[in-house]
Write a protein that binds this ligand. Structure first.
Ligand SMILES: CC(C)(COP(=O)(O)OP(=O)(O)OC[C@H]1O[C@@H](n2cnc3c(N)ncnc32)[C@H](O)[C@@H]1OP(=O)(O)O)[C@@H](O)C(=O)NCCC(=O)NCCS
Length: 324
């Protein structure tokens, strides 16, 4: 049995923050952000809008596009690093809000690679025959861990959610998925406090230790090394050449990273699905938002071969080839 993507959906919050608005609060310029990152604006969730709320909206659209009933879902997996609470899982909240009875639900924490990690897990579970239809949701409220006074990070991030239903298919489907991690470099991109190593205290709050910290330059170097490696392996495993790929979707962290890797694989701009200019980096949600949006716009169609690759905190990196 082969697993495939049966349907996709996405949701982004209404509120838009433009680069111009950020110019008023941190020492930055629209010009710097556009040229160094490709980002023009990002969406920010409302104060009372959380990962589970955004996840449910994306999930409902994915279920509808898959043409199944929500009762047909056997498992809910949520990829997030900014869940409604540190625990329990946001997947359980999404399960409850969708009215899925006692359907099992759990979260995975693989940061920006979370959606492809989820594809790898869901695929194995469908192909083993254990579950039929799995709802995979990737949702982030990065604005809740953003230091809005740090120009190095606040200009990069945004909120949003993407979802996919993974189930058995007759033809095509998930042709390969490869996932990796390296915990040795975890402090290049992480949230220092709020876990068991550094529980919340007045001191941690005062020292801004609950915000995302990133060594941008080092992450950049590793991203342009690891994503091509994952893509090479994913293509080889799928027995697909780079010329056969119809579309590529990279994790949307920096347009310079995206374009330089696409160039190495000789993928022209028409094949490269890019929406970083409108949403910024929404961590696990970037790839499923871009995928669902391109499907909705009729750009990606049934039978197209889509390559995906991500890199992020953990460190984690991943690649997958899917025939839609
Ligand atoms: C963060 C990133 C955009 C920085 O771009 P860069 O071209 O590498 O910029 P540098 O780090 O060399 O910084 C250049 C200068 O711009 C400054 N700068 C940083 N943010 C700025 C901003 N928002 N506005 C204006 N200047 C800024 C820096 O302070 C630095 O100034 P200095 O030279 O006086 O110290 C880039 O490194 C990046 O995208 N990294 C990877 C991000 C990523 O993949 N993240 C996560 C995976 S989820």
């Amino acid at each position: 049995m082969t697993a495939g993507i049966l349907g996709t959906g996405y949701y982004v919050p209404e509120r838009i923050i433009t680069n111009k608005e950020l110019e008023k609060t941190v020492d930055t310029t629209d010009e710097w952000i556009r040229t160094r990152t490709g980002i023009e604006e990002r969406r920010i969730a409302a104060d009372n809008e959380f990962v589970s709320d955004m996840g449910v909206r994306a999930a409902e659209r994915a279920i509808q596009s898959a043409g199944i009933r929500k009762e047909d879902i056997g498992l809910v997996i949520t990829a997030t690093i900014t869940g409604d609470n540190p625990w329990p899982a946001s997947a359980a909240l999404i399960q409850k809000k969708l009215g899925l009875g006692n359907t099992p639900a759990f979260d995975i924490s693989a940061a920006c690679s979370g959606f492809i990690y989820g594809i790898d897990i869901a695929r194995s579970m469908v192909e083993s025959g254990r579950y039929k239809n799995i709802l995979l949701v990737a949702a982030e409220k990065l604005s809740s861990v953003t230091d809005w006074s740090d120009r190095n990070t606040c200009v990069l991030l945004g909120d949003g959610a993407g979802a996919a239903v993974i189930g058995p298919v007759e033809t095509g489907g998930i042709l390969s998925s490869v996932i990796y991690s390296d915990g040795a470099s975890r402090e290049m991109l992480y949230q220092p406090a709020g876990g068991s190593a550094m529980p919340a205290t007045e001191e941690t709050v005062k020292n801004k230790m609950h915000y995302l910290k990133m060594d941008g330059a080092e992450i950049y170097k590793l991203a342009v090394e690891k994503m091509p490696q994952a893509l090479d392996e994913a293509l080889k495993t799928a027995k697909i050449t780079s010329e056969e790929v119809d579309f590529v979707i990279f994790h949307q962290a920096n347009i310079r990273i995206i374009k330089s890797i696409a160039k190495r694989f000789k993928w022209p701009d028409e094949k490269n699905i890019i929406n970083i200019q409108r949403y910024g980096n929404t961590s696990a949600a970037t790839i499923p938002i871009a995928l669902a949006e391109a499907v909705e716009q009729g750009r990606i169609k049934k039978g197209d071969i889509v390559a995906m690759s991500a890199f992020g905190a953990g460190l984690t990196w991943a690649g997958s080839i899917v025939k839609i």
